[in-house]
Ligand binder design. Structure first.
Ligand code: HEM
Length: 262
């Protein structure tokens, strides 16, 4: 009964939970495992991802479709997954798998270009970005539909505006919209139709996307009744170190160019 109440809370009213969520540690483990597993797979399957990217896109799309179906089923029935499959589904719908791919894409552009790991990441950067984009689809679509169909009517009825909640949703939606052209122009079909300069200019929007993704996550964490410090620290450490490394790299490139010109 308790679990059912929790499940209903998370479906209909997850920002109204007034007690410590017993799965809070599990949620952290799912995030940490997602980061580790995606990183290990990206490094151990680099050449396979590069050559057989269509297989990986299809697998990601299949997982995204199954996640969406399950989430719809969860709203209309009492169906519940267990064990590994349940954790995999949570990692998928909560955006943990997607953000893990985007974190690799981010660091590919921030780490020293001569390092072996950077070269590996750079060789499949577009594929990693496409996989991250496919995995964010169920998250964005299902949570948006859930908001419009289940939560918005409640907000209008109660006439109380939950600022943080609406804030993180709006930021998430803007990030999602920015991602659409970035995703499409990562595909060879569209990329080949653009000039190199135009493509580069458009890709700069990726920084805006990373920033908004971070703000979305932080506002979401602050909106919870109990602040999940572990997640706050993990996300801040990852996005903070990325920003630092990216700024250092940009400065190095600038001074290298100035030296060359002199
Ligand atoms: C239509 C756009 C979006 C909507 C409606 C949305 C909605 C949500 C909601 C409701 C949560 C809280 C989930 C929970 O309490 O378990 C959340 C968390 C999250 N969102 Fe989004 N989101 C959107 C776009 C994005 C985008 C573009 C990203 C970027 C990758 C993203 C990444 C995340 C991540 C990583 C979490 C935190 C998961 C965790 O570790 O707990 N979201 N989002």
């Amino acid at each position: 009964m308790y679990l059912l109440t929790l499940q209903l809370c998370s479906i209909y009213n997850d920002n109204d939970i007034h007690y410590q969520h017993p799965l809070i540690e599990e949620a952290n483990i799912i995030l940490i495992y997602s980061l580790i597993i995606v990183t290990v797979l990206a490094f151990s399957l680099t050449s396979s991802i590069k050559k057989q990217y269509r297989v990986y896109y299809s697998l990601a799309a299949l997982l995204a479709i199954l996640t969406s179906f399950y989430e719809i089923l969860r709203i209309i029935s009492n169906v519940e997954l267990h064990g590994f499959i349940s954790n995999l589904e949570k990692a998928s719908i909560q955006g943990n798998i997607s953000i893990s791919f985007f974190i690799l894409v981010m660091f590919a552009g921030a780490l020293g270009s001569k390092w072996g790991i950077t070269k590996k990441l750079l060789s499949i950067r577009a594929q990693l970005a496409i996989l991250g984009s496919i995995f964010i689809l169920p998250h964005g679509i299902i949570y948006l539909a859930r908001f419009i169909l289940l939560k918005l009517p409640n907000i209008i009825r109660q006439r109380e505006i939950p600022i943080l909640y609406l804030g993180y949703l709006v930021v998430g939606i803007i990030a999602f919209i920015i991602l659409i052209p970035l995703f499409l122009t990562s595909l060879n079909k569209f990329r080949s139709k653009m000039s190199g300069l135009k493509w580069k200019q458009l890709q700069r929007w990726a920084y805006g996307f990373y920033f908004l993704a971070y703000i979305h996550i932080i506002l979401m964490l602050l909106n919870k009744k109990e602040l999940d410090w572990m997640k706050l620290i993990i996300y801040t450490a990852v996005f903070g170190s990325y920003t630092l490394l990216r700024v250092i790299k940009a400065k190095k490139i600038k001074s290298h160019k100035l030296n060359k010109a002199a």
